[in-house]
Design a protein around this ligand. Structure first.
Ligand SMILES: Cc1ncc(COP(=O)(O)O)c(C=O)c1O
Length: 381
């Protein structure tokens, strides 16, 4: 059987991983500043994570939501406390798209409306509503097309106000990434998020904070949306939540009063998923990883800004992007093949950094040295 061709593949086969490093089948070491699409939050094969997941697997790996789940209670308590949203309800699923799908659906259950505001360059996943709210027509199948999504320009307060003035009573929800990831590391302004909050309050619409990529401590705050100082009604999370184990969640503000039967799942919140998610939160807390993300992220960003050839260095914490001018268009390739450093990209010319939140200064320095060397080589060419 042939494999379905999912993504462009680097010809590297990873066999071992630890912290911010991975090794291929030839024993070659790579610095991982991408974490497999922003998933590795506490570092590869963290000993506490391995121990907790292994112990759980030896006890019971899976049972469905038809029995009591003390591990889910423990996770909800810890997540509520660390995220600063203890009065929200947690619903557990297995992927980011599923989280957004359920959030959009719940919003519509809540206010009985159909229209969704999403933004240019957004990415919310590949399932039906999530992909419809994603600004990339090439991945929206005809069956996913709906007249219910309104795409507005990102960070444009006037456009948002005009849309609510015209269609307010029809708008069910507004979904926004705190920092657009796939779209190229675009930070939502605090005033824009505050405007979303105000307009959603005025019109009884639901503010959905897609925190799948930018959340879970990556920016130095638990949710990057928190920088605006206002709460969303639903936060969606996935990637960093399980450090590689497929676990995702939505947390729901009390006033939405979700009812039994509105949402459901077979795999969501199983024993192994909860053990993985608990291990991640325990390490984030014990090793102070949110503070590390803020400090090393700031250091990295400050140093990148000193390299004049890199344009528009931006982001927050350890979610950083910059534009690479045409002259250095092979930078990302050279970082990987010459310097053995994994980074991410966004079209057309953005390098995206999404390392583990435990990244050390000496690892950040390796990247900075490699970039400077490549810029030097590029300038001489
Ligand atoms: C902001 C955002 N939302 C949703 C998703 C979809 O997550 P998943 O691939 O787990 O379905 C992604 C994935 O990249 C994402 O970046």
């Amino acid at each position: 059987m042939k494999l379905f061709d999912v993504y462009p593949v680097n010809n590297i086969s990873i066999e071992k991983a630890k912290g911010s490093y991975v090794w291929d089948d030839k024993g070659e070491q790579y610095l991982d500043l991408y974490g497999g699409h922003a998933v590795i939050s506490i570092g590869h094969t963290h000993p506490h994570y391995v121990e907790r997941v292994t112990n759980q697997l030896n006890k019971v790996g899976f049972y469905s939501n038809s029995v009591k789940m003390p591990l889910q209670e423990e996770l909800a308590e810890k997540l509520g406390r660390i995220s600063g949203k203890p009065d929200y309800q947690l619903f557990l699923i297995s992927s980011g798209a599923e989280a957004n799908e359920n959030a959009l659906k719940l919003a519509s259950f809540y206010n009985g409306r159909k229209k969704i505001i999403a933004f240019k360059k957004s990415f919310h996943g590949r399932t039906s509503l999530a992909v419809a709210a994603t600004d990339n027509p090439s991945i929206v199948a005809p069956v996913n097309q709906t007249g219910n999504i309104i795409f507005l320009p990102f960070n444009d307060v006037a456009a948002l106000e005009a849309c609510f003035a015209e269609q307010g009573p029809a708008i069910s929800s507004v979904i926004i990434e705190g920092i657009q990831g796939v779209g190229g590391i675009n930070v939502a302004s605090e005033s824009f998020l505050q405007t979303i909050r105000r307009l959603c309050d005025q019109h009884n619409a639901v503010y959905i904070a897609d925190s799948v990529q930018c959340g879970y401590g990556r920016t130095g705050k638990f949710f990057s949306h928190d920088f605006a100082g206002v709460n969303a009604d639903i936060y969606t999370m996935a990637k960093g939540m399980g450090n590689g184990f497929p676990v995702a969640g939505i947390i729901i503000a009390p006033h939405l009063q979700p009812k039994h039967g509105m949402l459901g799942t077979t795999f969501g919140g199983n024993h192994l998923a909860c053990a993985a998610a608990l291990a991640v939160l325990e390490v984030i807390e014990k090793d102070n990883l949110m503070r590390n993300a803020a400090e090393i992220g700031q250091y990295l960003m400050d140093e990148l800004k000193k390299i004049p050839q890199l344009q528009n260095v931006r982001g927050r914490g350890l979610m950083i992007g910059f534009d690479v001018p045409e002259q250095y268009k092979d930078l990302r390739k050279n970082l990987l093949w010459k310097h053995k450093i994994f980074t991410g990209e966004a079209k057309p010319n953005v390098i995206r950094l999404l390392p583990s939140l435990a990244l050390r200064k000496q690892d950040a320095d390796l990247l900075l040295e490699a970039i400077k060397e490549e810029i030097q080589v590029g300038a001489e060419a």
